[in-house]
Design a protein. Structure first.
Length: 435
């Protein structure tokens, strides 16, 4: 057993015992009141999941195992002191609850480089069988399912094993899957947008740096950006669509490939991971309709007001939970202002940030007028030459694997059962409020 798995067991066994004790001794305790409005409007605010990887606070933003994004930028391992943190480090932190050393991050990076070489040829055959104009998320998800023939969990389960050991082949499958996702994402990107001129992986590079390399973007800054992108999109508590779906399907003991593919189907929706594409479409439509590549703040304000007057939303602004500027937006803005402050899309993002919150507040209907992670991520990618918007959600999916698949391992460590909430028809709800 490698030392990370041993560390995981040492941390998890006492916690799993606490979960069993809570269920056994306090299973009937009422812990919250639930309103009809919560049930009928998306279960917002209801505590219904056990998630250990990250926590979302309305006022402070996302914390990974208790650490904020600014703290992670300071404390996680980097290639050099001026670089962005390695995603390998955030994976280790979410997995074990402890900050990694440089050696820990290096070990994971080497593990992923080795495991990435195991993609079977039929996966590429399946991708090539799809039309090139199929959305990249269709190709990405199809490839994930095709890789499930290599599922270590499925093989171990069919042979037969003690359920307390389910976590072990889940861990192995998760490590395999995460390792291979950058290769699949880059393959689809080069297939669709670069005439199938593929670029081989470089095992000497880190996980995110290798993704940038295989996509054909080898500058130091793009690799830095990819590390930042992978870090900040890696997790967002357990109740968002992609995380919850991965957990839900995994609760049926579906293997990591099935579970993650299900989560990616959720991520592909315009109210979730596809929002980054919507932002770019909105920006470009605004420029076309205004008739300027460099609109003023007054022009942006007028266009934003017209967007709202037509019953539409301003993509990239607002969040179901947050009540402040998303820290993930802020670190991207800081990155952009540090390296490319004069890039047209960055200047535009800054102007929108100066204007749109006040426009939304003026409606009197918006609780959170502040930008979320999607408000600038596409502008950053575009400014560095990754201008193919349909690939953005795939990149989001590669990153999100770090958190949702780590939690899947913990679901098995906790021996969580299949998820099965109770549902009622409309008449039952009407009966609750009748005099």
């Amino acid at each position: 057993m490698d030392y990370i798995k041993q560390k995981l067991l040492e941390v998890a066994v006492p916690k799993a015992e606490k979960v069993r004790k809570l269920v056994k001794e306090h299973g009937d305790q009422v812990i919250q009141k639930v309103t009809m409005g919560q049930v009928l409007t998306g279960m917002k605010g209801m505590v219904g999941l056990l998630t250990c990887t990250s926590k979302l606070d309305a006022e402070e933003g996302i914390r990974f195992r208790g650490y904020s994004i600014p703290e992670l930028k300071e404390k996680l391992p980097k290639i050099n002191k001026d670089d962005e943190p390695l995603p390998e480090g955030i994976f280790y932190l979410m997995l074990t609850g402890e900050l990694p050393t440089d050696e820990d991050a290096k070990y994971i990076s080497e593990q992923w480089a080795q495991r990435a070489q195991g993609i079977p040829s039929h996966v590429y055959d399946v991708i090539e069988a799809l039309p090139k104009d199929a959305h990249p998320m269709i190709q990405f998800n199809t490839a994930i399912l095709a890789m499930s023939t290599q599922s270590q969990f499925r093989k171990a389960y069919l042979v037969g094993m003690d359920k307390k050991d389910y976590w072990d082949p889940t861990y192995e499958g998760v490590m395999d899957l995460i390792a291979r996702l950058p290769i699949i994402a880059a393959y689809i990107y080069r297939r669709v947008f670069h005439n199938g001129n593929h670029i081989a992986a470089d095992p000497s590079l880190d996980w995110a740096g290798n993704l940038a390399h295989m996509m054909g973007h080898d500058s130091v800054e793009v690799k830095r950006l990819m590390r930042l992108y992978m870090l900040i999109h890696s997790d967002h508590e357990g109740g968002n669509v992609s995380a919850h779906t991965t957990h839900l399907v995994g609760s049926a003991l579906s293997n990591p490939y099935y579970s993650f593919a299900a989560g990616m189907n959720g991520l592909a929706g315009p109210l979730h991971g596809m929002a980054n594409q919507d932002v770019m479409h909105w920006l470009n439509k605004m420029k076309r309709e205004i008739g300027s590549e460099d609109p003023t703040e007054e022009q942006i304000k007028k266009y934003a007001e017209e967007t709202l007057s037509k019953g539409r939303v301003i993509p990239g602004y607002g969040h179901a939970v947050l009540r402040k500027t998303d820290p993930r937006f802020q670190v991207q803005l800081d990155f952009a202002n540090k390296y490319i402050p004069d890039a047209p899309y960055i200047k535009l993002a800054n102007r929108i940030y100066n204007v749109v919150p006040d426009v939304l507040l003026a409606t009197g209907k918006v609780k959170n007028p502040w930008p979320n992670v999607d408000a600038i991520s596409g502008s950053l990618l575009t400014s560095y030459g990754i201008t193919e918007y349909p690939i953005y959600t795939v990149l989001f999916g590669v990153s999100r694997s770090l958190g949702v698949l780590t939690q899947l391992i913990w679901d098995r460590l906790y021996s969580l059962p299949i998820e099965r909430p109770k549902s009622q028809n409309l008449q039952w709800f009407l009966d609750q409020v009748e005099d």
